[in-house]
Design a protein around this ligand. Structure first.
Ligand code: SF4
Ligand code: SF4
Length: 442
């Protein structure tokens, strides 16, 4: 195992870290296939309201490549098709039936996994609703099936400090992970498997496949950070990545011939420590979060991710929910308070002297101001960018300048926005810049 060192990033001590126990929650009444968390997709509906669907029936495909399908994670009747602004597809909601019926594919054996043809496996995964697990850098769009990636990075730790722990993810599933690694060899000669240092001690018996260990500073385990540290040629900028959970799903699907619906989710709030939750893909958010205090915000990540409505359903790529108080009241004489319980990156509050876990909230404590060139964003950026320089290039619509400052290396971790004392939404502006550049190229 090699060590990948990152000198920047942030090691937050936050309350609410999930423990390693698991609970299985009862089957929900509805599930949904969400289009809201799928980057760049242009969905084309393949079902209408009141249609019957089996587990594995295609629900929508991507107009840009209609072989890539998104399938129902349950058997039932299409109850609602929800659209947002400008008829953007949000969710296809399915009312579950008691008995489950599956769309079936010809299973393959584990021995065939690295001997099958790449094109057959690709077609099966696209039809079976799992090809989108492969993401291609630098934009992290769905992988291009015609491209041979110089490396595939497999991350054991998701994309959030509280993503499901690999020990829980591997529980009874490690054989599928091993088969998945064999499959990856059909697609690339170089497979990188990364784990956080802090996860290793719980992975006894499962360490052999890990090639690189990264630190526990967020977001050292993000595949984009790993790629930034490992790449030596420009060609490697088009490598692929996949999470361990998704690799297990892919192997399970190929070995059994049916679409796997089980998902491991973490739900965290600062006031309690919750177990990992076992549920079905696309479960209703309200079933996962339980009762909510007034003015609570639910997000799918602590420093990045989207905010979700309690009446919506969890997306394909989402495996953590974070409940934070949306308290926007102004603090009287906040500037002279010692801030013993406030999380801080700089030395603004006395809390920097203790390692006691702190609670996050949504209060920005002020409005956006002009950049003061403090350099905090540069000091924290895990991929050595100067976000304030890129910001200025993007605001003056000079994309070439932004690219020359390394815009495409940004892993959208959210730390620059979190640390900025001028409350500038750097991550959103950089992320929109990356997406706009990509769409211009398409
Ligand atoms: S620019 Fe901001 S969002 Fe992008 S990698 Fe650096 S800190 Fe993270
Ligand atoms: S942290 Fe904010 S204020 Fe400081 S340099 Fe970066 S953008 Fe400017």
């Amino acid at each position: 195992m090699e060590n990948i060192k990152i000198l920047k990033g942030f090691k937050p001590t936050l309350t609410g870290m999930p423990d390693l126990s698991t609970i299985q929650i009862p089957e929900p009444e509805t599930i949904a296939v969400s289009a809201m968390d799928i980057p760049f997709i242009r969905p084309k509906l393949l079902v209408k309201e009141n249609d019957s669907v089996k587990t594995g029936t295609p629900v929508f495909c991507d107009k840009r490549n209609n072989r890539i399908q998104y399938v129902s994670p349950g058997t039932g009747i299409v109850k609602h098709i929800l659209f947002g602004e400008r008829r953007q597809l949000k969710e296809v909601v399915i009312a579950l039936e008691k008995t489950e019926d599956f769309v079936r594919f010809e299973p393959i054996s584990s021995e065939q996994m690295d001997k099958a043809s790449r094109s057959t496996m690709t077609a099966q995964l696209q039809q079976g609703g799992l090809w989108q697990c492969f993401r291609q850098f630098p934009y992290r769009d769905t992988a291009d099936e015609t491209h041979e990636p110089p490396m595939i990075i497999v991350s054991l730790n998701g994309n959030d400090p509280f993503s499901p722990h690999p020990k829980v993810v591997f529980e009874n599933e490690f054989a599928f992970f091993e088969s998945g690694i064999k499959l990856l060899k059909l697609f690339s000669k170089r497979i990188i498997v990364t784990s956080r240092q802090g996860s290793l001690q719980r992975l006894n018996g499962h360490k052999d496949l890990i090639t690189h260990v990264v630190s526990d500073s967020y977001p050292a385990w993000d595949p984009a950070v790993v790629l930034y540290k490992l790449k030596q040629t420009p060609k490697e900028n088009m490598s692929w990545c996949i999470t361990a959970e998704h690799l297990i799903l892919i192997a399970k699907f190929l070995l059994t011939g049916i679409y796997p619906v089980k998902r491991v989710i973490t739900v965290t709030r600062s006031t309690d420590k919750k177990p990992h939750i076992i549920t079905r893909q696309g479960a209703p958010v309200k079933n996962l979060v339980g009762s909510l205090a007034e003015n609570s915000l639910i997000t799918t990540g602590r420093f990045n991710g989207r905010s979700v409505d309690p009446g919506s359903h969890l997306g394909f790529f989402e495996n953590t929910l974070n409940i934070i108080p949306d308290n926007q009241t102004e603090e009287l004489f906040g500037f002279i308070s010692p801030g013993l319980t406030k999380p801080t990156v700089s030395k603004t509050f006395l809390s920097c002297l203790t390692r006691t876990p702190k609670a996050l909230d949504c209060n920005a404590h002020g409005e956006e101001r002009a950049c003061i060139n403090c350099g905090y964003c540069t000091n924290i950026c895990p991929v050595d960018l100067a976000p304030s320089f890129i910001l200025k290039a993007l605001l003056s619509e000079d994309i070439e300048d932004a690219l020359s400052y390394g815009l495409l290396d940004c892993c959208r971790c959210g730390l620059c926005s979190y640390t900025c004392p001028s409350k500038i939404e750097l991550t959103k502006i950089l992320s929109d810049g990356i997406n706009a550049h990509y769409k211009d190229k398409e």
